[in-house]
Design a binder for this molecule. Sequence first.
Ligand code: DGY
Length: 323
Amino acid sequence: MSKPKVFVTRKWPASVEAKLKALYDVTLNEDDRPLSADEFKSALQNYDAVCPTVCDSFPADVINVDNKRCKILGNFGVGYNHIDINAAKAQGLVVSNTPGVLTHSTADIAMTLLLMSARRGAEGDRLVRAKQWQGWCPTHMLSSDVTGATLGLIGFGRIAQAMARKAHHGFGMKIVYFKPSPADEYVTDDLNATRCESIEELLQIADYVSLHCPGGEATRHLINADMLNLMKPSAHLINTARGDVVDSAALIEALKNKRIAGAGLDVYEGEPNVHEGFLTLDNVSLLPHLGSATLGTRTAMGEKVLANLAAFFAGDHLPDRVV
Ligand code: DGY
């Protein structure tokens, strides 16, 4: 029997690419370049499985292409807001993702951004490199305390809880969170965490606000000018979730006018484009979507895609089926 044909849209860590090649008739994107909608349509027409990543857009018009051969999208990533899930469901196209394995690396990047923003890390690095540092003095580059400050988490899933543990047990931070229903007691007891009744309440009390909700229409511009206006002037906003959760223009205004003290961003609206307004501001730290970017995590993500494909082709229950 011939092997299933699998199309992979971007380069993976070598060890998982090798495993994939041993099992399937694989076509890789050897140049590792972003592919077009037409190339995705052609992949859907010519392969049994297509493995996209979080930067590949699969809207309804791509998914609804005629003469599809593809039966499963094995997404390399936990977020799937780049795939029109309703269209996939309507077409009987199975979608899987990679939850769980990127929890700690993403929480680490959220803490990195929190610390960079609080302690003006990126700004200090730029100053030294520009040879503009005049030497230590008692009032130079004063910044915000982290230890003992209040961290507010919007969304309280795996990544938010991992960040909360690092912040509470490592930095003595107080934890408040918002999620529609209360989190399990064993989680909140360990963190001494308090649930806010609303996002508005959380924004008013937190010294650091970190976003952990899914992207997509339901959360688009959840953090807009009105919401930013509720934050303390001394507060910092951290976004490792999805760029479109924040209205970039409103955030730029808030940072420019010192309405809030700072921000740390790993994700952007219209990624990989970054709103020009951020580039000239000193009080924003910018990373290029590094949340899950460790070799260990990306390898584990590839292993998850492999496990989902194996289950699919064996006719078994998928470990991480989205639809
Ligand atoms: C994901 O998997 O959704 C992440 O954004 C990748 O880092």
